[in-house]
Ligand binder design. Structure first.
Ligand SMILES: [Zn+2]
Length: 278
């Protein structure tokens, strides 16, 4: 039985253009920017794998646009993000439309713990959820809230397992964590957008499908090595983009960020990322 990847749209988000591509001032500039992006998708990826169903990220909850869902005092949610998620766009009903019961998802791989990636965890109480240890640490408490995480919205008793990055190197990625016995679904650290951010590489049919989370918001940002406007570590973000580009130079790669309007088309048409030698 062959492996397949299915995109799932779990609603839309709108952010400031100064978040899409970093400008001088970084996060401060994001808060004062008046230019909104267009509505962007919030993708979740279902990997139908012979060893069981794997979900990469969980999308956002419909409650994200309710007053008081996010702390009212938080400048980012107050000024710089807007969500549009219908009840039937949450990951549970979205999976059901594909004929999949959320309870049948064996494994959930989180790229990071931002609210639009972890907001659907309540639908996946029967799954084993994986996250990176540094991401889990940094998302806790008031420090986590200040950094834009929503720890109080994690399901009660939520206790993720931590990726074990002791696997062999994969091209420019020194650390890897294979999550299937076939070693065809591999998690690699891609810090930058957040310190504990990871990406998921699915190797199938002689290609790599690079489920990039928010390593960059778009393929264009990867090509330009442009960090986003909210990272506190733009240098780390650019090193990660260099590493992804290097990987793609030696391995036919379909690049699939969470919020890229072109991701579904690239997956459907198997559009290979072209990386000029640099
Ligand atoms: Zn994020």
């Amino acid at each position: 039985m062959a492996l397949s990847i299915h995109p799932i749209s779990t609603g839309q988000v709108r952010i400031k253009n100064a978040q899409l591509v970093r400008r001088s001032g970084g996060p401060v500039r994001v808060m004062s920017d008046h230019d909104w992006s267009e509505w962007l998708p919030i993708h979740v990826w279902l990997i139908d794998h012979p060893e069981g169903l794997i979900l990469v990220d969980t999308g956002e909850t419909m409650h994200a646009s309710d007053p008081g869902h996010f702390p009212r005092w938080h400048p980012y949610y107050r000024r710089a993000a807007a969500f549009a998620i219908d009840a039937d766009q949450e990951v549970g009903p979205a999976l059901a439309r594909l004929g999949v019961r959320a309870g049948d998802i064996r494994t959930v791989l989180l790229t990071h713990l931002h609210t639009d990636h972890a907001g659907g965890l309540g639908h996946l109480r029967d799954s084993t959820v994986w996250v990176s240890a540094p991401e889990w640490r940094i998302a806790q408490g008031w420090g986590g809230v200040l950094r834009g995480y929503g720890p109080r919205h994690f399901p009660p008793g939520f206790a993720p397992r931590f990726y074990d990055f002791s696997g062999p190197p994969l091209g420019p990625f020194a650390q890897t964590c294979a999550v299937t016995r076939a070693r065809d679904v591999i998690v690699v650290p891609t810090p930058g957008h957040t310190p504990g951010h990871v990406s998921v590489i699915v190797r199938a049919g002689g290609r790599s499908y690079f489920l990039a989370g928010d390593a960059s918001y778009t393929e264009a940002a990867l090509s330009a090595r442009a960090a986003d406007g909210v990272t506190f570590t733009p240098r780390a973000a650019k090193q990660t983009l260099d590493r992804i580009a290097l990987y793609a130079r030696y391995e036919p790669t379909v690049y699939l960020p969470t919020h890229d309007l072109q991701s579904v088309m690239r997956l459907r048409d198997t559009v290979i990322l072209s990386m000029a030698p640099g």
